[in-house]
Design a protein around this ligand. Structure first.
Ligand SMILES: [Fe+2]
Ligand SMILES: [Fe+2]
Length: 215
C-alpha cells in the first residue's frame, strides 16, 4: 500500500472511531459491569435523587468520551512503540468505563450528553498536542488527567445518593482503574506538568462537568 493510502486509511479509521464512540449508545467493553458482577441491588430513588445520579453519571460518561479521544490523539503522535501499547491498554479499560456509564444512564432513564461530539473533538486535539510535545509530556498529561479524574470520582461518591449502590459500584471500580492509569504513566516516565497547564486543565474540566451535568 502506498504511503498516501496508508495515511487515508489511518484517518478513516480515526474518523470511524470518533463517530462510533461519540454517537453510539452501545459501546461494549471487555470486563463485566461491576454493578452486575457485585450484584448491587437496584434501589428505589426519588425523582430528585434520580436526577442527581443521572447528572453525575452523564458527567462521568462525558469524561470517558474525552478519555477515548485523548488516548487516540496521543497514540497518533506517540514516538515509541512501548508508549503506544501502554496508551492502547489504558484506552481499552476506558471503553469498559464508557460502557458501564452508558448502562447506568439507561437504567436511570437518562442519556449521555448531547455535546459528546464536542468533547471528543476538543479532547482529541488536546491529546494530539500533548503527543506532539513529546512522550514524557504526553505521559505527564495522562498522569495529571487521571489524577483530576480520580478526584472528580471521589467527589461524586460523596454527592451520590447513599442508596444508589449500582452507580457507586461502577464509580468505585473506575476510581481504582484511574489511579492505576496515573501510577503507570508516572512509572513510564511522566514529566510533571507546569502549574499553569494544570490550572488550564482544571478550568476545561470545569466547563465540561458543569455543562454535561445538564446537557
Ligand atoms: Fe476512565
Ligand atoms: Fe483512565
Amino acid at each position: 500500500m502506498s504511503r498516501q493510502y496508508r495515511l487515508i486509511d489511518k484517518w478513516l479509521s480515526e474518523v470511524d472511531h470518533a463517530l462510533r464512540t461519540a454517537s453510539s449508545r452501545n459501546n461494549r467493553g471487555q470486563r463485566a459491569n461491576p454493578a452486575e458482577e457485585k450484584g448491587a441491588e437496584a434501589t428505589e430513588l426519588s425523582d430528585e435523587e434520580r436526577t442527581l445520579a443521572a447528572g453525575l453519571m452523564r458527567v462521568n460518561h462525558s469524561g470517558e468520551i474525552a478519555a477515548q479521544a485523548l488516548y487516540k490523539g496521543q497514540s497518533l503522535l506517540a514516538r515509541n512503540k512501548a508508549l503506544w501499547e501502554h496508551l492502547q491498554e489504558a484506552a481499552d479499560e476506558e471503553v469498559d468505563h464508557l460502557a458501564w456509564c452508558e448502562d447506568r444512564l439507561r437504567e436511570l432513564g437518562s442519556q449521555p450528553s448531547r455535546l459528546a461530539p464536542f468533547w471528543y473533538a476538543g479532547s482529541y486535539t488536546m491529546g494530539a498536542l500533548a503527543g506532539l510535545a513529546g512522550d514524557k509530556w504526553s505521559l505527564g498529561f495522562i498522569e495529571e488527567t487521571e489524577k483530576q479524574v480520580t478526584a472528580h470520582l471521589e467527589s461524586h461518591l460523596e454527592r451520590l445518593p447513599e442508596k444508589d449502590l449500582r452507580s457507586r459500584q461502577i464509580i468505585e471500580q473506575m476510581r481504582e482503574d484511574e489511579m492505576e492509569h496515573a501510577e503507570s504513566a508516572h512509572k513510564a516516565g511522566a514529566a510533571p506538568l507546569p502549574e499553569p497547564i494544570k490550572r488550564a486543565m482544571t478550568g476545561i474540566a470545569k466547563v465540561m462537568t458543569t455543562t454535561s451535568f445538564r446537557w
